[in-house]
Write a protein that binds this ligand. Sequence first.
Ligand code: ZN
Length: 87
Amino acid sequence: MRRKHVPIRTCIGCRSPKPKKELLRIVRTPQGSVEIDETGRQSGRGAYICRSQECLEKAVKGRHVEKALKCRISQELYDELKRAFHE
Ligand SMILES: [Zn+2]
């Protein structure tokens, strides 16, 4: 019997484990910039978050994005994330 392996990642907002494809990946590129990784395949250190406004708020308030990526996150990126979740 073959089973499909589903990669699980933990949301940095609500801290619950979810299938990777349900989460949005934020990546710190080797060049040092932080971006939303729509493809989930960019190289660099990644953090995962549910596509929900609530989790974003939690992640922002607790500075979980910074902690996960070990760098500062610009207001621009937060705005970008907010827009991404509204779509
Ligand atoms: Zn979440």
